[in-house]
Design a protein around this ligand. Structure first.
Ligand SMILES: Cc1cc2nc3c(=O)[nH]c(=O)nc-3n(C[C@H](O)[C@H](O)[C@H](O)COP(=O)(O)OP(=O)(O)OC[C@H]3O[C@@H](n4cnc5c(N)ncnc54)[C@H](O)[C@@H]3O)c2cc1C
Ligand code: SF4
Length: 447
C-alpha cells in the first residue's frame, strides 16, 4: 500500500476498544491492531479500504486519508467492524462514526455519496448570454469552467446550486495574447495546459510557466482553467469532506453557522486559499477584468481577494472573471515559485512562496515582491520582507533576514493536513529556495 502515514502508538481505551494516534511515519504495514482477537477492522484495513474506494472511483480523487481526518487523530475501532474517530480540539471533542457501507455512501439518505445533486445545466455561447443568465437566476447559480474543483464540491454538497452555467461554450475567452502595453492578456477560459505549452508564456512570463507546472497533474491541467484557479474556494480539513462526514457536526462559519472547528474560540472562518497561481500573478502585478450585465471593470488581482474564508473573492453573484492582464516585468526581472505539499506528485499547496525581483546591471535589487500562498484565506503580500531586499546586493545573511520576516508574517491556522507550525516554518525555507533559484537565473533584458 502506498501511504506515508502510520500508526505509531497503540493502547487500549477504557471502553475496551483499540486506539491509535496516526502520525507521519513509514511503519504502517508493520503495525497490527488487535483487541483480544475480537476486532474485525484494523486501521491498516481502513486505510486500505479508502485506497480501494479511490481506485474504484467511489471516492473522488480529491479525497484522501488526510481529508477523512484520520491523520493526527485519535481513532477508536469497535468490535462490529465499525470505526470511530474523533476530531481533537482543545476542550472540544466531536465523535464520528463510520461503517464500510457509509464510507461507500449507500446509507446516507438512501443514495450514493458521490452522486451529483440535481441541478439545471445551461451552456451559453457568448459572454453576454452568460451574464444575462447570471442576472436572471440571481444567487442560485454556479459557474462551471473546467469543473476540476467545482465537481468535487458538488458531489460533496459543498455547493448546491439550482442552476449550473457551463462556460465551455465561451470559446472567445480561451486565448493568450500580447496586449497593447507589451504584457500578456489571458482569457479566463485558457486551460493550464494551454499556458504550460504556450511559447508566449514561456518567453514572456517564465515565472507563470514554471508555476503552472506545479498545479495538480497533467490530466487535471488539461481541463482546468486559469479563471477557475483564481476563483477557487477556500479549503479546510473540517469543511472539504463528504456530506456524510459533515452530517453529525454543527455547521461552522463557512456554512453559515457560529462555530469554528479549526481555531479555538475562532470568530470567523479561516479556511485557506490554496490556489497556486494567484500568489505568482500578484508578484507579477496582474490585474483582472470582471464582467457582468452592467459592463466591465478592471481591478488589481491583489484586490480580488477578500481575506475572508467564507467568501474568498469580491465577485458578486452576477459577475464573471473574464481576463487576466500581466504587465511587462521590466529590466532584469527574475522570479520563482516554491510550494510545500503532502504528495510531491500532485497536491494543493500546504504553503507557497512566489518571489519576483528586478536587478540592475550591478546586481543590486531595485524592486522586489514576495507573496505567500496557502497560509491564510487569501494570498499574503509581505512588503516588509521585500523592502529588506531593495537597494541591496543579495547575500546569504540578507536571505536569512528576509526568511525570518516572512515567517513572522505567516499565521496559518491548523486546518490543513499538515501541521500549522510546520507550514509556518516552511515559508521561511521556501522563500530562501525561491530567492536563490530566481537570483541564479539570467535576468530578462526586455523592458
Ligand atoms: C486532485 C486535485 C489536485 C489539485 N491540485 C491543485 C494544485 O496543486 N494547485 C491548485 O492551484 N489547484 C489545484 N486543484 C484545484 C483545481 O483543479 C484547479 O485550481 C483548477 O485550475 C480549477 O479550474 P477549473 O477550470 O477546473 O475550475 P472549476 O472547477 O470549473 O471552478 C472552480 C471555481 O471557480 C468558479 N469559476 C470558474 N471559472 C470562473 C469564472 N470565469 N468567473 C467566475 N467564477 C469562475 C467556479 O464557479 C468554481 O467556484 C486540484 C484539484 C484536484 C481535483
Ligand atoms: S476554518 Fe473553521 S469555520 Fe472555516 S471551514 Fe474550517 S472549521 Fe469551518
Amino acid at each position: 500500500m502506498v501511504c506515508r502515514y502510520a500508526v505509531t502508538s497503540n493502547n487500549q481505551g477504557e471502553d475496551g476498544n483499540s486506539r491509535a494516534i496516526i502520525h507521519n511515519h513509514e511503519m504502517l504495514n508493520q503495525v497490527q491492531h488487535d483487541n483480544g482477537g475480537e476486532l474485525s477492522v484494523t486501521l491498516n484495513q481502513v486505510l486500505n479500504l479508502f485506497q480501494d474506494l479511490r481506485f474504484q472511483g467511489l471516492m473522488n480523487t480529491d479525497t484522501s486519508v488526510f481529508d477523512y481526518g484520520l491523520w493526527g487523530r485519535e481513532c477508536y475501532l469497535d468490535k462490529k467492524g465499525m470505526f470511530f474517530y474523533i476530531n481533537m480540539l482543545k476542550g472540544r471533542r466531536n465523535r464520528m462514526r463510520m461503517t464500510q457501507a457509509n464510507v461507500l455512501g449507500r446509507k446516507l439518505n438512501g443514495r450514493n455519496q458521490m452522486e451529483l445533486p440535481k441541478f439545471e445545466f445551461i451552456q451559453p455561447h457568448s459572454l453576454q448570454e452568460a451574464c444575462s443568465l447570471l442576472r436572471e437566476h440571481d444567487r442560485k447559480t454556479a459557474l462551471l469552467a473546467g469543473g476540476t474543483a467545482l465537481m468535487v464540491g458538488l458531489r460533496h454538497r459543498l455547493n448546491t446550486p439550482a442552476v449550473v452555467i457551463g462556460l465551455k461554450g465561451l470559446t472567445a475567452l480561451d486565448y493568450v495574447t500580447r496586449n497593447e502595453s507589451g504584457g500578456l492578456s489571458i482569457g479566463s477560459m485558457a486551460t493550464l495546459e494551454t499556458l504550460e505549452k504556450s511559447p508566449l508564456v514561456s518567453k514572456e512570463c517564465a515565472l507563470l510557466a514554471q508555476a503552472v507546472q506545479l498545479v495538480a497533474v497533467p490530466p487535471i491541467r488539461h481541463g482546468a482553467t486559469i479563471g477557475g484557479n483564481l476563483c477557487l474556494d477556500t479549503r479546510c480539513i473540517y469543511h472539504n469532506q463528504s456530506e456524510f462526514w459533515r452530517t453529525p457536526q454543527r455547521a461552522c462559519f463557512k456554512r453559515g453557522g457560529e462555530i469554528c472547528y479549526a481555531v479555538e474560540k475562532g470568530r470567523r472562518c479561516q479556511a485557506v486559499y490554496q490556489g497556486d497561481l494567484a500568489p505568482v500573478l500578484i508578484t507579477l502585478g496582474a490585474q483582472v477584468k470582471i464582467a457582468s450585465a452592467n459592463g466591465e471593470k478592471i481591478i488589481p488581482l491583489a484586490e480580488f481577494f477578500t481575506g475572508r474564508g467564507e467568501k474568498p473573492n469580491v465577485l458578486k453573484p452576477d459577475e464573471i472573471l473574464v481576463e487576466i492582464r500581466i504587465p511587462p516585468s521590466g529590466q532584469g526581472a527574475v522570479g520563482a515559485y516554491e510550494k510545500l505539499r503532502v504528495r510531491e506528485g500532485m497536491d494543493f499547496p500546504m504553503a507557497g512562496v512566489a518571489v519576483m525581483v528586478n536587478r540592475n546591471r550591478s546586481g543590486i535589487i531595485e524592486k522586489a515582491r514576495l507573496v505567500l500562498g496557502a497560509v491564510g484565506s487569501s494570498p499574503i503580500e509581505v512588503p516588509k520582507a521585500a523592502g529588506l531586499l531593495e537597494g541591496q546586493k543579495p547575500t546569504e545573511d540578507l536571505l536569512q533576514r528576509v526568511s525570518r520576516e516572512v515567517v513572522d508574517s505567516a499565521r496559518p491556522a491548523g486546518n490543513l493536513a499538515m501541521d500549522a507550525s510546520y507550514r509556518k516554518k516552511m515559508v521561511g525555507v521556501l522563500v530562501k529556495r525561491a530567492l536563490r533559484r530566481a537570483l541564479a537565473m539570467a535576468p530578462e533584458v526586455r523592458s
